[in-house]
Design a protein around this ligand. Structure first.
Ligand SMILES: Cc1ncc(COP(=O)(O)O)c(C=O)c1O
Length: 397
């Protein structure tokens, strides 16, 4: 008989959280909507609030855009306080990609300096940084952080090992898109400080999902979306810069107020619809009504419970520790063995799930394995995961 000790990891027995009765959502209730992470979702109330701003604009366009700039100032104040960011470093942008773009343009790096990121980087951001590196003779490299991730320490050790004398900037996700991992940002920022490199945090998913305190994290730059987990209208996002970078950062669209300071420059990026920015403050207040910590806890507990159901049904391993310490409101779970793993087939499965079963869920290849990413929001119901499990079972058989 072998003396080897077999370690059996047992998933904690969880219950789904009690429902919080929130506003009505715009999402069609006939869809099993497990993809809040891509473009968020709006309540009817927030949708109508944005329409009201649009109507105000249309009723007196010049007055609204030229003489009521205090509306943007007020919205900025509310959102900056919500994400714990000193307002002086905060500028609204249209999306996280644009925020990353404006940071890239503000960099003063030399030929052959390296920008480092990880293999968990969002592909759109990957393309943007690679393009910037090609254009400016910079080096681009990704640290391979293998899944499953056993601990925050494992991530920190990989990053530490990979920073070289050429590395000048680390671009790191706060919550990764395809793998849903919540990275240990506070420790990563400290590591970058100790190693003398700059750090840009891509927090596209963080506001509304995590209890965010940007001032406490103190990165060089932080970019994030409000149209995902704050449930603001599309086109609401921001970039934040540390004091020493505030003079050098500019929006992608340079206009009248060039070099007049971050607020003046970012508030006016040419004539545009500012209703999403204004409504983002209303979305913050709407969450205050239910309590943001209560919303976050509901979504976190629901996604952990749903993840348990998938792990159990598919007999697969979790990408992150089962206690949920590296997850927010999303989880990525490998499909059962033998499931498709190439991008075309994953997309075909995603589309089939929508067309045949009215399930919206991303099916993504990562590390040569097909995976699904589930997202939970106040509208999520335990039955959503049962519907997904039986649809995948039907495809398999
Ligand atoms: C980590 C991450 N970064 C950046 C983005 C890009 O966001 P946007 O398309 O709003 O610019 C996303 C989108 O899902 C993301 O998940």
């Amino acid at each position: 008989m072998s003396n080897a000790i077999k370690i059996v990891i047992i998933a904690p027995m969880r219950e789904p959280p009690a429902q919080i009765n929130s506003e009505q959502w715009m999402i069609d209730p006939n869809i099993t909507y497990l993809n809040h992470g891509s473009f968020g979702a709006r309540t009817v109330d927030i949708y109508e609030t944005q329409l009201a701003y649009k109507k105000q604009f249309e009723s007196s366009p010049v007055h609204f855009l030229d003489r009521q700039r205090h509306l943007v100032h007020n919205a900025r104040k509310v959102v900056a306080a919500f994400v714990g960011a000193e307002e002086a470093g905060f500028g609204f942008v249209e999306n996280a990609t644009t925020g990353v773009g404006s940071v890239m343009h503000s960099l003063e790096l030399s030929k052959h300096d390296e920008i480092l990121t990880t293999n968990h980087v969002y592909n759109g951001v990957r393309q943007l940084i690679k393009h910037h590196c090609q254009q400016n003779n910079l080096l681009y490299r990704e640290v391979d952080i293998q899944v499953p991730i056993l601990s925050s320490e494992a991530i920190l050790a990989s990053l530490d090992e990979n920073i070289t004398s050429s590395t000048k900037l680390l671009v790191i996700d706060h919550v990764s898109s395809s793998t849903s991992v919540v990275f240990p940002i506070l420790e990563i920022v400290k590591l970058c400080r100790n190693r003398g490199i700059l750090v840009l945090v891509d927090g596209a998913h963080a506001p509304g999902m995590l209890n965010l305190d940007i001032d406490a994290l103190a990165p060089d730059w932080y970019v994030a979306n409000l149209h995902k987990w704050v449930c603001a209208p599309l086109g609401a996002a921001f970039v934040w810069a540390k004091e020493c970078h505030r003079k050098s950062i500019h929006p992608m669209t340079i206009s009248h107020w060039h070099d007049e300071g971050i607020h003046a420059e970012f508030d006016w990026q040419g004539t545009r619809d500012i209703s999403a920015w204004l409504t983002s403050a209303d979305a913050v207040r709407a969450g205050d009504f239910y309590g943001w910590s209560r919303i976050r806890e509901h979504n976190h507990q629901m996604v952990l419970w749903m993840q348990d159901q998938l792990l159990d049904a598919w007999g697969v391993e979790s990408l992150t520790p089962l206690d949920g310490s590296m997850l927010g409101s999303m989880a990525t779970v490998p499909l059962p063995q033998g499931a498709p793993s190439d991008i075309e087939t994953c997309l075909a499965v995603r589309d089939y799930l929508y067309e045949k079963h009215a399930i919206e869920v991303p099916v993504i290849p990562f590390h040569g394995r097909g995976m699904v990413r589930i997202s939970c929001q106040l509208y999520s119901k335990p039955v959503d995961i049962t519907v997904l499990i039986s649809a995948i079972k039907e495809i398999k058989s």
